[in-house]
Ligand binder design. Sequence first.
Ligand code: NAP
Length: 280
Amino acid sequence: MGSEIRKLEHIFTDFQFVFTDIKELNLLDFTAVEEFISKENFSLCLNCAAYTAVDKAEDEEELAMKVNFEAVENLAKVCELYKIFLVHVSTDYVFNGEMNRPYIETDSTSPNSVYGWSKLKGEEAVFENTSRAIIIRTSWLCSAFGNNFVKTMLRLGKERSELGVVFDQVGTPTFAADLATAMLKIAQQIDSKPIQEIYHFSNEGAVSWYDFAKAIMEESGLDCIVNPIESKDFPTKAKRPFYSVLNKEKIKKDFNIEIPYWRDSLRIVLKEISRQVLPN
Ligand SMILES: NC(=O)c1ccc[n+]([C@@H]2O[C@H](COP(=O)([O-])OP(=O)(O)OC[C@H]3O[C@@H](n4cnc5c(N)ncnc54)[C@H](OP(=O)(O)O)[C@@H]3O)[C@@H](O)[C@H]2O)c1
């Protein structure tokens, strides 16, 4: 997510960007966070840092909670102290997936996993410690950067002739470049008024992981046959929501944002992946 924002630096020239990561700044260290932030005259903080290993979190609850709750708490406190607007990224996994219509921001949360709980605690930490913040919940993040479903499918599509992918979990992919653009458009519209709002953002449409995998194979011309399987036949440590489509009406209306259809953005990312050798 952070790398996609960095790619837009040359387009959003009204901002001066400072990027950092754990090598330079560990968000678990409150003093280091305050020292880092006090050095510059920041007006806005876009927090993309998180513990994101959903299955591993089931065995590493303490670490997941530290990064997704305590680190967020540190950041939120320092943002409040220095009057910095905080945009924090959260997840569809705060929902249990039992809904049968797209989730709106006010729907009750009830995570199925340690990761989901840790991110929900992070959301609470944001609003308990800052008066000017928005939380953007997103789902199924994909990009030419990092490891994600698109890249896994491309690898497996080349290695195997056949593959089973779950068809009973439905959501919406989010191409991180589209979310990065939305975050910066939102940043342009922020004023000095207190605000605490949650927004949902993913690409347009809804799809199962099976349909998504089929589309990846088709769009990239891979011959691999994708078969639909049930979640019970693909057990994972962390339980995922069966349905986590997000309703984006609020973010579209409040910030006048247009969201691309997931398959159109998939084509763009596949082109990028085929053109570039990117660091992970
Ligand atoms: N990926 C998804 O499918 C998905 C879906 C919904 C929501 N989200 C949310 O979207 C956001 C961005 O996700 P992403 O996929 O871009 O995550 P990512 O690729 O895992 O990046 C997270 C970054 O946070 C860094 N980090 C971890 N602990 C830190 C600490 N203590 N201090 C400073 N930095 C730290 C990580 O560094 P290391 O790599 O060195 O650990 C990594 O660079 C997260 O809030 C995530 O919860 C993701």
